[in-house]
Design a protein around this ligand. Structure first.
Ligand SMILES: [Zn+2]
Length: 83
């Protein structure tokens, strides 16, 4: 795995792969789907910056969610406000 990941100062978060094919980063218990009990936005954003090739990391940023909503709306040809 990525041993050189530089965590934000003071973070002890761990990462895991999830059933939806993304990474998740956080603390606490890991659930059966690969998501941490307490997702860490700071570490997720730090990972995305350091390893852009890994794509989006859970917990996803608002920006990512907005973009996905728009892409979904494009495919379904609906108004993002109503989904
Ligand atoms: Zn963290």
């Amino acid at each position: 795995m990525k041993e050189k990941f530089i965590k934000p100062e003071g973070h002890t978060c761990k990462h895991s792969s999830t059933i939806i094919g993304t990474l998740s980063i956080g603390t606490g218990e890991l659930d059966q789907y690969g998501f941490w009990e307490h997702g860490c936005y700071e570490c997720a954003r730090a990972w995305e910056k350091q390893y852009p090739e890994d794509g989006e990391v859970w917990p996803f940023s608002r920006e990512t969610l907005n973009r996905w909503e728009k892409e979904k709306a494009e495919r379904l040809k609906v108004d993002p406000i109503n989904i």
